[in-house]
Design a protein around this ligand. Structure first.
Ligand code: SF4
Length: 327
């Protein structure tokens, strides 16, 4: 498919009027090579962002509430016991530590705070402790409390909702076809199942993926179309930050223009999702993060990731203001 300035404009108008782009059109957009056309694509994506979302940037902060100790084998992740990595190893943190971290994030400007635990699914004991922590955070802060707590059951979704959880994160990571290349201990359907439970029980959803694991453009588009079925409220985009000791330690770096194009195309596919730049954005996009925030993305994960540090929060807030967002 040949993409010209007028194709981009037609597709943008279609999305602005509530229409959709097809898989082939999305792939065509991702194949743009010309840098002028890429700028046009980014501008169009930004127009769509502002048409369907306010200019208030979503800011989320997270805590790694249980680190390493995971029996799964996701090739990008430094928390699997199958890989010898240097990340901290600890069981579920005590409530005081989690609540202290949430209050600090709130003081720094975060609106939402996500409790993340490593592993496929929490034990009953761990899950019950999380429920108590969520209730306490609801009482003691004004933060939206989110969770990324592995695989769920419909019963657990209901319990989390009743405890006051606002949103649940479970990333698809990549396409169904590429997934077995990076994970062998659970299936893509296991991930989809959790998204289905969230939708059935009406809990808000955060689901995205990781760019730069060796996947093709087609895989990137496929993941976005899988996500489109669920219209996640939030779509975090991570860029692989190869971790020493993991199977993807030596993965080649994905080019910035590929990242920028993908984010812009995701905006065409999912006009209403809050597309957040997440882990790896500093080391990959670096000083070009502004281009992503003016080209499809409209939020940031701030204050550090699961196993890597992030920019100081005040720098991220400044970046958002510079790119026209209210924070
Ligand atoms: S991504 Fe989650 S499930 Fe996969 S290895 Fe890391 S902690 Fe375990």
């Amino acid at each position: 498919m040949i993409i010209t300035q007028s194709t981009i404009s037609e597709l943008k108008d279609r999305v602005l009027k509530g229409g959709e782009i097809t898989f082939e059109e999305a792939l065509g957009l991702l194949e743009i090579q010309d840098s002028e056309l890429l700028d046009i694509l980014r501008n169009a994506a930004h127009e769509i962002t502002l048409a369907f979302n306010s200019n208030k940037a979503g800011l989320c902060s997270l805590i790694n509430a249980k680190s390493y100790l995971c029996g799964e084998d996701c090739g990008f992740c430094a928390q699997s016991v199958r890989f010898e990595t240097s990340v901290a190893r600890y069981e579920l943190l005590e409530p005081e530590i989690i609540i202290g971290a949430a209050k600090k994030a709130e003081r720094q400007g975060a609106q939402n705070f996500c409790l993340v635990t490593s592993g496929g699914a929490l034990s009953d004991d761990e899950f019950n402790r999380i429920l108590v922590i969520v209730k306490q955070l609801k009482k003691e802060t004004k933060l939206g409390i989110d969770g990324s707590l592995g695989f769920l059951t419909p019963e657990r979704v209901v319990q989390l909702k009743e405890a006051g959880l606002r949103r649940f994160n479970s990333n698809l990571q990549s396409s169904r076809e590429f997934y077995p290349e990076i994970v062998s201990t659970h299936s893509y359907d296991k991930r989809i199942e959790t998204l289905e439970y969230l939708r059935e029980e009406g809990l808000e959803m955060c689901s995205g993926g990781i760019l730069g694991m060796g996947e093709s453009r087609e895989d990137r588009v496929k993941m976005a179309f899988e996500l489109k079925r669920f219209s996640p409220e939030c779509l975090p985009i991570n860029v692989l930050n190869p971790r020493p000791g993991t199977p993807l330690e030596h993965a080649p770096k994905i080019e910035n223009n590929e990242i920028l194009k993908t984010i812009a195309v995701y905006r065409f596919i999912l006009p209403k999702s809050n597309i957040k730049l997440a882990g790896g954005r500093e080391i990959s996009l670096g000083s070009e993060q502004n281009k992503a925030l003016q080209g499809g993305a409209n939020g940031l994960i701030v204050g550090g990731y699961l196993t890597t540090a992030a920019n100081p929060v005040h720098e991220d807030l400044e970046l958002l203001r510079r790119t026209g967002y209210e924070v």
